[in-house]
Design a binder for this molecule. Structure first.
Ligand code: NAD
Length: 479
């Protein structure tokens, strides 16, 4: 069992209190991490503030080279890091490898902005005047991240922060802090100066809240639940600190009668059950046109029953455990209440038991039918291996069910009718649409939620925008 420290000003630091990190598959303690206190929280913020000045004055190419080197080091440690990620989060090893590779592509993608952060030259209104708009770093970035992609989302925040010339204080989720800390161990060798990247650990309600309350950060970039996002936005308002919020989702998966049904079934299953259903863009509610609903549901249930649940480190496993007991109980509660309200369990519907499942947070892949749009299970984010299927009678009704949500992150449509596709693009109130394909963003897209799913966003050139602030300069010259 490893006792981790926190990365503050290039040094590994501990405090008097620590907390265990459990394997969700076995409930064994795999490591301990410190709980940051006021002294260490302030030290991390002050170190970032001090280090940022020099870092921000380096050339973009120098900063880009550090990100490239860091990515190479992650590649060299790929198998070790993937194993650790799988152990702390519970995702199958193959998915952990995928997450590492995706994370690394953010390092390499944002490194490409080394010569691409540009200002503007404007025509002046007065003679002998020059007018420019410069783009400069916001200074200190606070990154607060969830447990479902602890490695990928860490890089998603660090890479744009650093290429823009900022320093960062990152706080991973208390259940999955190890991936970020391991990333931090490679920072020094990558050439990250002390203080430019700080990683501190501890509960959100205390450590996260203290980071958000501080007047030091110029940007709080957060990925997590809607409720925490709202609390962060309220608290950041006291210092008028900019926030970027990537929050929860309740993605509809609309299946039309004109689509390739086999493809739709396979994609809908994958879109729900990857990472044990714990993805913000997961298929959270499947809507199927009444003409194909029966066939779709039968095929869907048959596919779900084939899914292999088990030890995430074992080859061939498709579904691991939920991340913690609280999450398991939450999902269990959703299913029980849905059944009480009239839903039928087509498969699953309970905790997974039997050999290999006596310890850990296991839930059976579950399909619910006979649901109604006003049920809790259709309105609240499940974030687990459970999916309700509901039929609709025409395309307009499908779209209207999809939009009937406080969330607006991702939506899926399977249809081969170009007119329907275009109408869906026009009318769906979501920041990310997947049409005739499964989930997964590209690093150069823009991942942003509408409605209560967030504000601002990550990835691509739009995701870099809020790591920079603008400065307008009016210069008068003689002659
Ligand atoms: P969470 O909101 O419980 O926690 C996220 C982070 O916030 C953790 O590091 C936590 O310690 C911290 N935190 C908690 N309370 C805080 C407070 N008062 N002040 C500051 N920080 C605080 O979310 P979670 O359970 O870790 O993650 C699951 C949620 O994240 C789901 O809703 C999911 O949809 C969402 N998510 C969204 C995206 C996206 O890109 N939109 C990606 C992944 C996950």
């Amino acid at each position: 069992m490893t006792e981790y420290g926190m990365l503050i000003n290039g040094k590994w630091t501990t405090t008097r209190k620590s907390s265990p990190v459990l394997s969700p598959a076995t409930e064994e303690t795999i490591a301990t991490v410190p709980i940051a206190d006021d002294r260490t929280i302030n030290a991390a913020l002050e170190a970032a503030k001090k280090a940022q000045r020099d870092w921000g004055r380096r050339t973009g190419v120098e900063r880009g080279n550090v990100l490239r080197k860091w990515a190479d080091l992650v590649d060299q440690n790929r198998d070790r890091l993937a194993r650790l990620l799988s152990q702390e989060e519970g995702k199958p090893l193959s998915e952990a490898h995928g997450e590492l590779d995706l994370g690394n592509s953010w390092f390499r993608y944002y490194a490409e902005f080394d010569r691409r952060i540009e200002g503007e030259i404007l025509a002046a209104d007065k003679p002998n005047e020059q007018l420019w708009i410069f783009r400069q770093p916001v200074g200190v970035v606070v990154g607060i991240i969830p447990w479902n992609y602890p490695m990928g989302v860490a890089v998603r925040k660090i890479a744009p922060a650093l290429i823009a010339g900022n320093a960062i204080v990152l706080k991973p989720h208390e259940d999955t802090p190890l991936s970020a800390l391991e990333l931090g161990k490679l920072a020094n060798e990558a050439g990250v100066p002390p203080g430019v990247v700080n990683i501190i650990t501890g509960p959100g309600e205390t450590v996260g809240a203290a980071l958000v309350r501080s007047p030091i950060p110029g940007l709080i970039t957060f990925t997590g639940s809607v409720e925490t996002g709202k609390a962060i936005a309220r608290s950041a308002a006291d210092n008028v600190t900019l926030v970027s919020l990537e929050l929860g989702g309740k993605a509809p998966f609309i299946v039309m009668d004109d689509c390739n049904l086999e493809e739709a079934v396979k994609t809908a299953v994958f879109s729900r059950f990857m990472n044990c259903g714990q993805v913000c863009i997961c298929n959270e509610r499947t809507y199927v046109h009444k003409r194909v609903a029966k066939e779709f549901t039968e095929r869907f249930v048959a596919e779900v029953q084939k899914l292999k649940v088990g030890n995430p480190l074992q080859a061939g496993t498709q579904i691991g455990p939920k991340v913690n007991r609280q999450e398991l109980e939450k999902v269990e509660g959703y299913v029980q209440r849905a059944v009480k309200a009239g839903a039928k369990v087509a498969t699953g519907g309970q905790r997974k038991t039997g050999r290999g499942f006596s310890k850990g947070y296991w839930y059976e892949p579950t399909v619910l039918t006979d649901v109604r749009q006003d049920m809790e299970i259709m309105q609240k984010e499940i974030f687990g291996p459970v999916v309700p299927i509901m039929e609709f009678s025409d395309f307009e009704q499908g779209l209207s069910y999809a939009n009937d949500s406080r969330y607006g992150l991702a939506a899926y449509l399977f249809s081969n009718d170009v007119h329907r596709i275009m109408r869906a693009i026009r009318d769906l109130e979501f920041g990310e649409l997947y049409i005739n394909r499964g989930p997964g963003e590209s690093v150069h897209g823009f991942h942003s939620g509408w409605k209560q799913s967030g504000t601002n966003g990550d990835d691509g050139r739009h995701g870099l925008e809020h790591y920079l602030r603008k400065k307008t300069v009016y210069l008068r010259y003689q002659g």
